[in-house]
Write a protein that binds this ligand. Structure first.
Ligand code: BG6
Length: 462
């Protein structure tokens, strides 16, 4: 891609996602010289009437530098350089004329460059992204153009199919990057290495050794400010059906043939096709005070917490429950995977307070990334008692001074480099809707009692 000039268009530039995640991620890539002003430009597009400077002012405070001491540059200089290369075009999402005006602005910025490609980041809801995608196809394509689309990819299987069909009328699968930002998280990417490059885990990663797997997402924040969106989706569509299912895929898949995109996706797909949700395991709950939010229906039964057990019906996993839990307004913010190992059969040799075996692998995705392995060890001293203790790999100690990229940084760079490995392919997105079709229908039909929980409750108490 020598001499290639990249125009990055952030559609929905005035929104929260653009301001908090997408544009700051672009800044980090700029800061780390993955993109430069000589070979790229960033253009925001949204309905709000704003000038370039208004947009620059709105996002300036979210641009964080990570300069090393020996760095010659100043943060202010890098920010100014980035902001000067950021432009804004205002227009509506369904106007051919406005998108054509965007195209003219892009041409102006691209002039003098022979090889140009365009990346449209659609940080807008699906109700409008199909319009934009179609108009961009008609009026604002460069020779090479790709789209990045954000979840939700539909509301159920039927709406997903419709959305996907519309997109695919104009765009090839290789031009569509469906982002699930969990796939860009460092510790989640590490799952492939941890599992397949350690004989210790590789050879015991199955029903003979593993008793159960827990994948759990806890957040202290509630849905404030996003009630309008959240209320019609709920926690299962917001987090479990996508982020947690992607994690499940990586935890449960077979070794891919290679690290190529198609090979990883093929294995995740096989897992999805063997997975079912156990209807008797479904718990749904809502935090107290949820309906006081003015953007939420006053008698809403939308779950803000849910737990359910997935079963994977294959040789590796039959009989091993995968518990998926996600909740808002809980006592802490943490996403983790816990692998519980079986006990060694027979009578314990040692005197222990914790049973015969206590092996447990905890993978803390965030915050404070770490991998912890619980093992049994002799208590130091004259006796022969054994206790459980943890081997602990804390990223911040092990990789001192190493920057762990934000998921969006990593994934946007992947888009720029044309790497689709950590994006959701259409077949996969479809399968994850198929998997939840029945459960979601039953939740929407009020088939499960929606419990209430106090704000700040512990996951285990719901
Ligand atoms: C988003 C959900 O996809 O992920 C949010 O819509 C959730 O409800 C967020 O808060 C969590 O992302 P992260 O990266 O903060 O764990």
């Amino acid at each position: 891609n020598n001499n290639m000039f990249t125009s990055i268009v952030v559609v929905g530039a005035s929104g929260d996602l653009a301001k908090k995640k997408v544009i700051p991620a672009l800044f980090s890539l700029f800061h780390d010289r993955h993109i430069a002003k000589e070979n790229s430009t960033v253009v925001g597009y949204a309905r709000s009437k704003m000038t370039d400077d208004d947009l620059r002012g709105r996002i300036a405070e979210n641009l964080v530098c990570r300069l090393k001491q020996e760095d010659q540059r100043s943060c202010g200089d890098i920010q100014t350089e980035f902001l000067n290369n950021l432009h804004y075009v205002s227009g509506s999402y369904d106007s051919a004329e406005d998108i054509a005006a965007l195209d003219s602005k892009l041409k102006e910025l691209e002039s003098g460059h022979e090889k140009v490609r365009r990346l449209f980041y659609l940080a807008i809801p699906p109700s409008v992204f199909t319009d934009v995608a179609h108009l961009v196809h008609l009026h604002a394509r460069a020779k090479q153009t790709v789209l990045v689309v954000e979840k939700p990819f539909g509301h159920d299987l039927a709406s997903f199919e419709e959305l996907n069909r519309t997109l695919q009328e104009d765009w090839k699968e290789s031009e569509i990057y469906r982002i699930d930002h969990y796939l860009g998280k460092e510790v989640i990417q590490n799952l492939i290495v941890l599992r397949f490059a350690n004989i210790l885990f590789n050879n015991t990663w199955n029903r003979d050794f593993i008793k159960k797997v827990e994948i759990s997402f806890n957040e202290t924040i509630d849905v404030k400010g996003r009630g309008g969106y959240f209320d019609s989706y709920g926690i299962v569509r917001d987090v479990i059906q996508n982020h947690l299912i992607q994690i499940l895929g990586l935890v449960a898949m077979e070794r891919p043939l290679s690290m190529e995109s198609g090979d990883i996706v093929a294995e995740k797909n096989k897992v999805l096709r063997s997975t079912t949700i156990d209807p008797s395991s479904v718990v749904v709950a809502q935090y107290e005070g949820y309906t006081a939010d003015p953007t939420v229906e006053p008698d809403s039964k939308t779950p803000t917490f849910s737990r359910m057990t997935a079963r994977i019906n294959n040789e590796r996993w039959a009989g091993v429950p995968f518990t998926l839990t996600a909740g808002k307004a809980l006592d802490r913010t943490q996403t983790s995977i816990t692998i519980h190992y079986r006990s060694i059969p027979g009578e314990p040799l040692f005197n222990t307070p914790c049973g015969n075996t206590c092996n447990r692998l905890s993978i803390i995705i965030q915050p404070d990334e770490r991998i912890e392995l619980r093992t049994m060890n002799k208590v130091p001293g004259m006796g022969f008692d054994a206790r459980c203790s943890d081997l602990n790999m804390l990223y911040r100690d092990t990789y001192k001074g190493v920057h762990i990229p934000e998921a969006y940084e990593r994934l946007i760079l992947d888009v720029i480099e044309g790497d689709q490995r950590f994006f959701v392919q259409s077949g996969e997105a479809r399968l994850s809707w198929v998997l939840f079709e029945q459960t979601l229908k039953e939740i929407d039909d009020g088939r499960f009692e929606v419990k209430t929980y106090p704000f700040g409750a512990k996951e285990g108490e719901i």
